[in-house]
Design a protein around this ligand. Sequence first.
Ligand SMILES: NC(=O)c1ccc[n+]([C@@H]2O[C@H](COP(=O)([O-])OP(=O)(O)OC[C@H]3O[C@@H](n4cnc5c(N)ncnc54)[C@H](OP(=O)(O)O)[C@@H]3O)[C@@H](O)[C@H]2O)c1
Length: 238
Amino acid sequence: MPTLGIIGSGNIGTAVARLAAAAGIPVVVANSRGPRTLAGLIAQLGPLAAAGTVEQAAEAGDLVLLSVPLIAHTGVPPAPLAGKIVLDTSNYYPSRDGRIAELDEEKLTTSELVHRHFAGARLVKAFNNILAHHIPELARPAGAADRTALAIAGDHPEAKVDAAALIDRLGFDTVDAGPLEQSWRFEPEAGAYTRLYLADHGTPDERMLQAPGRPVAASEVRRALQTAERVRVAGRAF
Ligand SMILES: NC(=O)c1ccc[n+]([C@@H]2O[C@H](COP(=O)([O-])OP(=O)(O)OC[C@H]3O[C@@H](n4cnc5c(N)ncnc54)[C@H](OP(=O)(O)O)[C@@H]3O)[C@@H](O)[C@H]2O)c1
């Protein structure tokens, strides 16, 4: 299996790196502080994992997971990602990212904004609609009866095929939500966002980061995407 580059070694980057290592997929992981700060994680991930600079992670394989806070994406150089399939996990949280007028005015979805910076890459939005702790909890081998599906979106059909094949190896089915322009359907507070995977839908916001998940089949994710209503982004406080 080709190497997966991972830029961002936080909650999502680490969760995906663990699944990749477990699936026999080599990874090169980068963060903002440099490869030496990743020694502990790399030791846990085992021999298929290496730490690298952002450029090395970007150049390591055809697919690269980009999992940095939205506000930080412009700090990642676009040139090494040209021609790559970039799995973008970004979500817009104004409390963290500051207010971004084009998103508040709903002129763009978050991943369309990110794609503008990485114009030479083929961007697939993925792993943004599931809480980090639900990733190891809900990953299952292909064909498992209780397999969970994740939503993806992108403007390049062949890139979505390759992204779906990777995500399948990592432990999830996928449901194609369409082009990036439609990805609001699984952005914060929309119907196909993280609450969908909570075992208890009544979980208060402040307890979500500890709350158990539940398997969600592709048919249910598809329904959630179809029935999602566009969130008034400017009204979001967090
Ligand atoms: N947490 C979740 O449950 C969750 C779920 C779905 C989607 N998301 C979204 O996924 C994205 C990442 O979330 P997260 O929770 O994984 O974030 P996080 O834990 O804060 O980790 C962010 C990572 O990005 C790295 N980083 C920041 N700027 C960078 C740069 N210029 N170059 C290279 N690396 C850089 C950081 O490096 P250092 O380690 O060196 O600081 C860190 O490893 C966000 O957009 C978030 O909204 C999160």
